[in-house]
Every structure is written in C-alpha cells, then in structure tokens.
Design a protein around this ligand. Structure first.
Ligand SMILES: Cc1ncc(COP(=O)(O)O)c(C=O)c1O
Length: 386
C-alpha cells in the first residue's frame, strides 16, 4: 500500500478532473473537491474485479449469501452492530436512497428536518419533491459544531422525517452517544422517521461512530444507509444498502426500489462489496493512518496562514476551512482559491446555511500533491497580504 504513489486519473473520465472546466472555468487547478480519493482501491478489490471481468458473460446477476454476510461482518467488526440479513435492503446509490425515502415516507407539504451546512443532495431531496424544509442549523460553539436541541425539538413537532448525516459532511462531526440519544428520543416522541446516511462512518479519527439505529429509541424508526463507496474508494461502482429493523418500514422502503426497478445488482457491484468488507481491513487501517498524517500536515502548514482556520474534523477526508477572517464575499473567496491559489475546492455556500465564508478541501490525495496545493495557497495568501 503506497498512498504516496501518484496514479493518473486523467484518462478515466473522472468527474474530479474532467469537470474542472465546467466547475471552475479552467483546467489549471489542482482538483480537491468531489468526495472520492486519488488512491487505488485495495489489492483484494482489484483482484475480485479482474477475476469477475475475466469471465466474459455479463448478464443479469442475483444477490448471493456472501454479499449479505460481508455487510453483516463489517457492521459487527467496524461498528459493533450485530445485524440480521433480513434487515438489509440493497439499493443502488445513497442519494437515490435519500430521495426515495422522502418520496415514500412523506407527502407534499410535509416537514423534513436537515442540519445545514450539509451535503447539497440533502436539500434537493426535500425541495425537489415540494416538502417543507426545516433547517436545524449546526452552530459553532467554542470552535465545535453543536446541535441546537431546542430548535430541533420545535421543528420535530412539524416534521415527518429527519434526514440525518452521521458522521456529518461537511463539518466532519462525529455525534456523541448523548447527542444521538437526544435526537432519537425527540424523533420517537414526535413520530418522526430517521433516515441516517452513515456513508462516512468508517473514516473516523476521533471518537467512535455509533449507528443511531443501535439505540433503543431509534431502532424501530430508522433507515440506515451505508456503502463501501467512500471507505474503499469505489464510488464509481455504485453499490449501497439500507439497514432497517422495522419490518413494515423495510417493506415500504423496499417496494419503492422495486417499483423503479432499482434493485438489480451489477456483476461488479457485489464482488466489490464482498472484497471490501471481507479482505480490505489492512488497507483501511493504512489509509486512516495516511489520511490522519495528511490532515496534520495541512494543519501545520496553515499555521502560517492564520486567517484560514481548519475546523477540528473528527471524520471524513474533507477538511472544512473557516475563511471568514479573509473578509471576502463568497464569490471573491471562490475566485481567490481558483485564480490566485489555482485550487479546485468546494465552496462553503454550496452546503447552504452556515456555509458562508467556508471552503471544503478534499485531502485524500498523495502527500506530494498536497504539498503543491499548500505551497500554492501560501503563495497566494502571502501575495494578498491579508
Ligand atoms: C453524506 C454523503 N452521502 C452520500 C454521498 C454519495 O453517495 P452515493 O454516491 O452512493 O449516492 C456522499 C458523497 O459525497 C456523501 O458525502
């Protein structure tokens, strides 16, 4: 496992590189935006894919025991959660899962809670379907993001669904047991269903991720969504699943996937999941060490640029940078990163309320790329003499 090695992605029609003109108006930026990694997947995943692809018939494929067993194994190993096979509903992608949860569990005009600043599809899942957006904004208190529970409780009275992001993208927050218990209790009291997107659950540096569905108050009202996509850098394979303990909720949710014919696996999605969840433990251990060192490296470099403040993220490979002290409006902040620093980051405002004055930097890249990126920021920062 050599995460320092640069593997070119230029030939692979990858969003991160090929959409630079569309996104930043130029190809002359180091792309540190869309949330996948510039690292090869584990050898076990590569081998599993090659072996399947070598068989030349790619017809309709069915789920098999090893697929379900691998998810069970992973939940037990990584999250100390003993799940049953009957609780698993394969879905194709998490964002599809969010949209269909809103569609099937709420009606037009129903309230849905989200916690901005938040991954943009959380907004669109609610807005596109004309549900009422209830924004329980996370607040920075003593440098850390915290939940405003009074506001959450008030909003829960008008809500049918809570679309939860745990760990949270883009703030990197890992929710404590106490946080989760309060959220679950309020949701249960108010008849609010929880859809918990836990796709970043395996990439945690501080604290432990606790699946909210393991709590007594949440287990019957929660749909947990997860996938090997972020953890093992296989997002392009498109393979995710839901875990639902309440059998009638599971039936209701599964039916909408069937209705849209979204339960068909691809030959490669299943073998990827199995290889990720049963043979890639060491790769992940090494990855986490590398990512943590990358994070430390950026923080050290940013000491010299005190007006760009990295938030204390506890998870994800996405660093949330507080740039408010640069005193730039959001357009100028974006232009500073693209034109002066020649870096392609996500703007904070694209994550909605509370994202003003922030930028999000994807640090899942080889260290030499990060060094170049940090040199470019430092040069731009120094030139501007903020
Ligand atoms: C919180 C969160 N959910 C979902 C996704 C995307 O999942 P999928 O590609 O399975 O739709 C992302 C990708 O960045 C994410 O950050």
């Amino acid at each position: 496992m050599n995460f320092d090695k640069i593997v070119s992605r230029e030939e692979t029609h990858t969003e991160k590189y090929d959409k630079r003109i569309e996104k930043f108006g130029t190809e002359d930026v180091i792309p540190l935006w869309v949330a996948d990694m510039d690292f090869p997947s584990s050898q076990a995943i590569q081998d599993a894919l090659i072996s399947r692809i070598k068989h030349p018939i790619y017809g309709y494929t069915d789920y098999y025991d090893a697929y379900f067993d691998s998810i069970k194994r992973w939940m037990q190993k990584a999250h100390d959660w003993e799940i049953q096979r009957e609780w698993i509903t394969p879905i194709n992608a998490i964002v599809t899962g969010l949209n269909l949860a809103v569609e099937v569990l709420t009606k037009r005009g129903d309230g849905v809670i989200i916690q901005p600043p938040i991954y943009p599809p959380f907004y669109s899942a609610v807005k596109n379907q004309k549900r009422i957006l209830l924004e329980n904004e996370l607040k920075i208190i003593d440098g850390r993001y915290e939940i405003d529970f009074e506001d959450f409780e008030n909003k829960a009275k008008d809500a049918k669904l809570f679309v939860f992001c745990s760990p949270h993208n883009p703030t990197g927050k890992v929710f404590s047991k106490d946080n989760l218990e309060k959220l679950a209790y309020i949701c249960k009291q108010n008849g609010v269903i929880i859809i918990s997107d836990e796709v970043h659950a395996d990439l945690v540096y501080e604290n432990n991720h606790i699946p909210i569905a393991t709590l007594d108050d949440a287990k019957d009202i929660t749909i947990t969504l997860n996938a090997p996509s972020k953890t093992f850098n296989v997002a392009g394979i498109v393979s995710a699943y839901a875990i639902i303990q309440n059998s009638s909720l599971k039936k209701q949710y599964h039916e909408i996937f069937q209705r849209y014919s979204l339960v068909q696996p691809t030959p490669i999605s299943l073998c990827t999941t199995v290889a990720a969840y049963t043979q890639s433990d060491e790769w992940l251990d090494a990855l986490l060490i590398y990512l943590k060192a990358n994070l430390k490296y950026i923080k050290n470099r940013l000491v010299k640029m005190p007006k760009i403040k990295p938030m204390d993220i506890e998870s994800t490979f996405l660093l949330w940078l507080n740039c408010k002290e640069l005193h730039l409006d959001d357009k100028s902040l974006e232009a500073f990163f693209i034109k002066d620093a020649k870096l392609g980051l996500n703007t904070g405002i694209s994550f909605g309320r509370g994202g003003e004055g922030f930028m999000r930097l994807n640090f899942a890249v080889p260290r030499s790329i990060l060094e170049k990126a940090m040199n470019q920021i430092e040069e731009a920062y120094t030139k501007r003499v903020f």
